[in-house]
Design a protein around this ligand. Structure first.
Ligand SMILES: Nc1nc2c(ncn2[C@@H]2O[C@H](COP(=O)(O)OP(=O)(O)OP(=O)(O)O)[C@@H](O)[C@H]2O)c(=O)[nH]1
Length: 248
């Protein structure tokens, strides 16, 4: 697809701790980089969502993906950020819980933020959201990774299995933003979901005391009155008064 640039696969990630990985806060042209992984059960519309975000188009049929990485730039609060979006293979659910491949775990560890997608036409995909969120947080010990929950296929109301209210409740319980979208019908909500996530990561990446903050503290304060000058003027006024009094 022509609008998609810099595509590569999960296998090409720098290993955590490598020099390339340490550099990963900066993208091309020294822009700040935000890395987002899109995860969820198979068939919920992850690829469709990513393609919609990148191209504003809905194509309809996608190959089962092997984990492609896409790049685009986004304006967040006046700054152009480089965004890498990782599409991931669908997660299988087994009786004893999630079955995440090492490839998927590597991808989640790599990410600065995660989009968890379920389909309102697939209750099992909704049930996966809680355990998946927990799994994501476990792979990022010591920090709270920004996560957005997206309920897709809102256009398929006639075969709905999940009430949007349930998605909203779950997301707020998990402390995540929630978007109900129809990737096939609307690109605004899709964009908003990614935008909110990028903003959250951007704020997290900006430690206090960064140039932005320091700049504000360097704004020149109004000059305090010059004490020497004040004293001199006070003395002048006083002696003038004394002179007037003496002359009377
Ligand atoms: N009606 C409708 N169909 C959708 C929507 N989003 C995706 N689909 C369809 O759902 C099917 C699966 O979409 P994919 O994007 O391939 O899903 P996926 O989660 O990437 O699937 P895996 O690669 O198997 O993990 C495709 O036929 C899409 O056209 C939507 O919002 N509405």
């Amino acid at each position: 697809m022509r609008l998609i640039q810099n595509m590569c696969t999960i296998a090409e990630y720098p290993a955590p701790g490598s020099v390339a990985a340490a550099d990963c806060c900066l993208g091309a042209a020294g822009r700040r980089l935000v890395k987002i992984a899109v995860v969820g059960a198979s068939g919920v519309g992850k690829t469709a969502l990513v393609v919609r975000f990148l191209t504003k188009r809905f194509i309809g049929d996608y190959e089962r993906n092997a984990g492609n990485l896409y790049t685009r730039q986004v304006q967040i609060e006046g700054e152009t950020l480089a965004i890498q979006v990782q599409d991931t293979p669908g997660i299988q659910v087994h009786e004893n819980g999630l079955s995440c491949t090492e490839q998927l775990n590597r991808c989640i560890r790599w990410a600065d933020a995660v989009v968890i997608v379920f389909s309102i036409t697939d209750y099992k995909s909704y049930e996966l959201t809680g355990p998946l969120h927990q799994h994501v947080q476990q792979l990022h010990p010591g920090t709270r990774l920004p996560v957005v929950v997206v309920a897709n296929k809102a256009d398929l109301l006639h075969i709905k299995q999940v009430d949007p209210q349930l998605g909203l409740q779950l997301a707020s319980m998990l402390g995540c933003s929630f978007y109900e979208v129809s990737v096939s019908e609307n690109d605004n909500d899709v964009y908003n979901a990614f935008h909110v996530l990028c903003k959250e990561v951007s704020h997290k990446q900006q430690p206090s005391g960064t140039p932005e903050k320091r700049r504000t503290s360097l704004i020149p304060r109004p000059k305090s009155p010059n004490m020497q000058d004040l004293k001199r003027r006070f003395k002048q006024a006083l002696s003038a008064k004394v002179r007037t009094v003496t002359s009377v």
